[in-house]
Design a protein around this ligand. Structure first.
Ligand code: COA
Length: 117
């Protein structure tokens, strides 16, 4: 039986929503359990700051919200540890934060950055 394009897209969306995100402390990474999509960060300032460096989703899985899920995991993690975030990755600064403005409260202000340099 042929599956309609809309139904297929919906199925893919559900798969993305259900994707389990795993934290790898030693690699400073959040990744899907199949490891194909990930978000890399670096802890700075003695553990007070999470600098999100890079987010990657393979071409076949883009546009399904996977990067959004990875960012939510990273931001929730930072929030639970009272960390602030530097949004070095352009996906975070240009897409995730404008679409999820409540998370902006965790972002390091430029004055804070200058004073910690
Ligand atoms: N910078 C900022 N935003 C980007 C982007 C980039 N480099 N690439 C894509 N986006 C935006 C698109 O505008 C898209 O918007 P749309 O929903 O209106 O189409 C949105 O991301 C899609 O969001 P989402 O589904 O949550 O993201 P994704 O799972 O498709 O993954 C990337 C997005 C950026 C992680 C993925 O395209 C990728 O791995 N690109 C190559 C690596 C890269 O450029 N990483 C970001 C810089 S570190």
């Amino acid at each position: 039986m042929a599956t309609s394009r809309a139904a297929a897209a919906r199925l893919e969306g559900e798969t993305a929503a259900a994707a389990r995100i795993v934290w790898s402390e030693e690699r400073e990474r959040f990744e899907t359990d199949d490891k194909v999509a990930y978000l890399d960060y670096e802890v700075k300032d003695g553990g007070k700051v999470m600098d999100i460096l890079h987010t990657y989703v393979p071409p076949s899985k883009r546009g399904l919200g996977l990067a959004n899920h990875l960012c939510r995991a990273a931001f929730s993690h930072a929030q639970s540890r009272s960390m602030t975030i530097i949004p070095t990755c352009s996906y975070v600064s240009e897409t995730f934060l404008p679409r999820n403005p409540t998370w902006k409260t965790l972002v390091v202000q430029s004055e804070d950055l200058k004073s910690s340099m």
